[in-house]
Design a protein around this ligand. Structure first.
Ligand SMILES: *Cc1c(COP(=O)(O)O)cnc(C)c1O
Length: 339
């Protein structure tokens, strides 16, 4: 009785190959919940796409991808001395952003492969530009595969990237996240000797939303009268109608939105429309019945949710699937069905 992600396979695969062709040197990113598809499936798809390198979020994810993807594995979490028992196999490329870490990694022997990351305007992690300038062109004890930049979302990155190119002028290869196609083109024209490798997740796996559809299963339906009590909190029903029990709860990430970054009133309204709280504290569920998102009767349970259908709404059959408006990066599906 699963929460399922249905994928129009031919259309999705066409989008993947088109995106890869439009971004020469693409490094697909597979991490976290695998953008809804799961990391194992994305690793196999990256292999199918012919990518030579796959970027992952954490060292833990290396175990999952190494059996499914045969190329290099670029780990984007920074290497730190306290990471414990991680893989140093030769397919792993470590991300390094501190002088001490570079020295410690070099001391391990076997010349681990590294990319040297710059601390961009994101301010997440990496060498400052001054620290990067101080590094020798070929630091001893490691093999430098290139440099890396993680940029904020949006546009206007060309100047920032060029400043970084100046901080490591000997570098021939840069792994860069969140450049637009136009920015890549501009930079490639102006820096012909430099190989730019775009790291792309969302725009690759989720770039064609029309081929993705989330659906879940109706588990039960109960008619209720005004004043009836129900749920964990035994709340009172305010109107007659039907309470629908559907598959999908907090364990799937249902109604657990990433903290909203909505800056404007309109964006906040959109966030509410995707499953947030309204002014009265009621929560609009992501479950769609008869063309409309329906209200939660109470906050979602671990693996199921209770939603309310006012009297007069066509009640779906038990076992029927209904649409769910989810965010793919925060949803863990029970099943992914690719046609
Ligand atoms: C997650 C991540 C990406 C991919 O980001 P998308 O917005 O999904 O394309 C790229 N680079 C880094 C460092 C990341 O952490």
């Amino acid at each position: 009785m699963p929460l399922t992600l249905y994928v129009d396979g031919p259309r999705w695969r066409l989008h993947l190959t088109t995106t890869a062709a439009a971004h020469p040197g693409i490094v697909p990113v597979a991490k976290g919940n695998g953008y809804g598809f799961g990391v194992p499936r994305l690793a196999r798809r990256a292999e199918w796409l012919g990518a030579d390198t796959l970027a992952i979020g954490t060292y833990r994810e290396a175990e999952t991808v190494r059996k499914r993807f045969s190329g290099d594995i670029l780990v984007m979490e920074p290497w730190r001395p306290f990471l414990g028992d991680i893989s140093y196999d030769t397919r792993i490329i470590h991300t390094v952003g501190r002088e001490n870490d570079l020295a410690a990694l070099a001391e391990r022997g076997a010349r681990p492969r590294v990319v040297l990351e710059g601390l961009t305007s994101m301010r997440r992690h990496g060498f400052t530009a001054e620290a990067m300038r101080r590094l020798p062109a070929t630091p001893p004890g490691v093999r430098v595969e290139g440099h890396a930049l993680h940029l904020p979302l949006g546009t206007g990155h060309v100047h920032e990237v060029e400043r970084w190119l100046g901080a490591a002028p000997a570098s021939r290869r840069w792994f860069i996240s969140h450049l637009t196609g136009a920015e890549l083109t501009t930079l490639r024209q102006q820096h012909r000797g430099v190989e730019l490798r775009p790291r792309i997740g969302t725009a690759l796996w989720l770039g064609d939303r029309a081929c993705l559809e989330a659906r879940t299963t109706v588990l039960d339906a109960h008619s209720v009268r005004r004043g009836d009590r129900l749920g964990y909190r035994q709340r009172t029903v305010l109107r007659a109608g039907t309470v629908l029990i559907v598959s999908g709860g907090t364990a799937h990430g249902i109604a657990l939105e990433a903290p909203t970054s909505a800056a404007t009133a309109r964006q906040r309204a959109v966030a509410i429309a995707k499953g947030g709280l309204d002014a009265a504290g009621r929560a609009l569920s992501p479950f769609v019945v008869a063309g409309r998102q329906r209200w939660f009767v109470e906050p979602p349970h671990m693996q199921a949710s209770m939603i309310f259908l006012p009297a007069g709404t066509a009640v779906p059959r038990i076992g029927e699937e209904i649409a769910v408006q989810v965010r793919f990066t925060t949803t863990t599906f029970d099943h992914v069905s690719v046609s």
